[in-house]
Ligand binder design. Sequence first.
Ligand code: GLP
Length: 246
Amino acid sequence: MVDSVKSGPLPRYYQLREIIRERIVSGAWAPGSLIPSERELCARYGISRMTARQSITELVNEGLLYREQGKGTYVGRPKIAQQLLRLTGFTEDMKSRNQRPGAKVLVAEMWPADDETAERLRIRAGQPVYRLQRLRLADAEPLALETSCISFIGCERLLANDLERNSLYHLLETVYDVPPLAAEQEVEAGIAAEEEARHLQVAAGSPVLRTRRLTTTRRNQPIEYASSVYRGDKYRFFTRMVRDHR
Ligand code: GLP
């Protein structure tokens, strides 16, 4: 393992960057741990403050490190790779990663569908739908803000359910007999608006992923139209594609 910065053809910032990268990749520095300060790195490797800063900045830009104002620089946590192959809900996704799912209900109400929601859910505009806005947490950490509009006969009964402790998909499947069977989803880049940022505990203007999902039950009947905002530093989506035989 290389552990010194030498003069030679490789720029010093590059050498230090690779030393730090090795520490992270090998697990010597754990996700979430504080790394030595710029001053400590300068003393340890006999380099200038500017060089240390450049190495760190590059790793921050790559997402391997993150800075916290007034505290220092920390090792980043690997992003949650959210598959888009099978239709799953948040609770299932977190459980399969051995993380504790959580939710804070911000809104749970009957709401007259606006034009876009009505069109997607194939109902008339103004028809009441159950509207649920939740902050979704994994191990108590905020990951996403989700707003779901649910429409089926009797959907107002959902008002009586505790959606902080129960999975929506599980309730739809087991209590209401409208199992989520398929979904179409789009993903778009965006930046966090002030209120979203406050809930997600990121700075306003931070990168986010915005998704819209239309979920259907039997006979292709729409039951949920959901818009979600995922923290860009926590998520990446992946899917798998197969080329048609020609
Ligand atoms: C995902 C989807 C939402 C859906 C939710 C259900 O996060 N983006 O559209 O409402 O899962 O999650 P749960 O079953 O945990 O309530």
